[in-house]
Ligand binder design. Structure first.
Ligand code: SF4
Length: 228
């Protein structure tokens, strides 16, 4: 691959940071939601060191296409993907009226299915890599490359300044697979009950998530915004 590609300095920065953390003896992990725009980070990471584990929060509410895509990407890139899920069974994820929490209290649903299962993982590591980007939402514009995180694991955001254009150029240059639902009009794909097709109404890529609710983050990243 040519070193003149516009994303190469960002790839080099990512690699140098990982090598630096490894020289320091820090324990590193990544998390991914396995969407099309997740793939450049996973591909770069696999080329730096494919033994760095990648955690996938399996909420039980994902599209079946996401699970299939995750398995295909893991095999193609040779990365170690670890599924984690809530310690609270779905039978106990209902309000007093018997409704599943995602219908009445999505913040609590995200807490049970995303924040809670991540806590024991954070306790095992020093650096948490995630693929958040500034151009995904207004709230993410305020994030930094490195930020303190909960339970002592520092947050590292190597994709922060990647744009949609760079992401798709990287995917094209490296012939990486795309999430099958993208062609069906979904641009940001999370849990099935909380994701809408938003190809025409977009303010930003994540506008189709929790549509109509005053909510734009899943709980994994809200502490970073509150810290600012
Ligand atoms: S995105 Fe929706 S279904 Fe998924 S954990 Fe959050 S509230 Fe629940």
């Amino acid at each position: 691959m040519s070193h003149t590609t516009p994303y190469q300095p960002l790839v080099d920065f990512f690699r140098e940071k990982i090598f630096h953390y490894q020289r320091e003896g820090l324990r590193i992990f990544a998390s991914s939601s396995f969407q099309t725009h997740s793939i450049p980070m996973l591909h770069i990471l696999s080329e730096i060191d494919n033994s760095i584990p990648v955690y996938f929060l399996n909420t039980g509410y994902h599209f079946s296409e996401t699970i299939t895509y995750k398995n295909e990407v893991a095999e193609q890139l040779g990365i170690q993907v670890i599924d984690i899920s809530s310690p609270v069974p779905k039978i106990n994820q209902r309000d007093k009226q018997g409704n599943l929490y995602f219908t009445t209290d999505p913040d609590y649903c995200c807490y049970l299915n995303k924040t809670l299962p991540m806590e024991p993982v954070l306790a095992q590591y020093d650096v948490w890599i995630s693929g958040v980007r500034k151009d995904q939402s207004e709230t993410r514009k305020a994030m930094d490359y490195e930020q303190p995180g909960k339970h002592g694991a520092m947050r590292f955001h190597p994709m922060l300044d990647w744009t949609n254009k760079l992401i798709f150029q990287y995917i094209k240059d490296h012939k990486l697979p795309r999430h099958p639902l993208e062609d069906a009009g979904y641009l940001s794909i999370g849990c099935e009950p909380c994701t809408m097709k938003m190809a025409t109404l977009l303010e930003n890529d994540r506008s189709g998530r929790w549509f109509g609710l005053n909510k734009s983050e899943c709980g994994l990243h809200t502490d970073l915004i509150q810290n600012k």
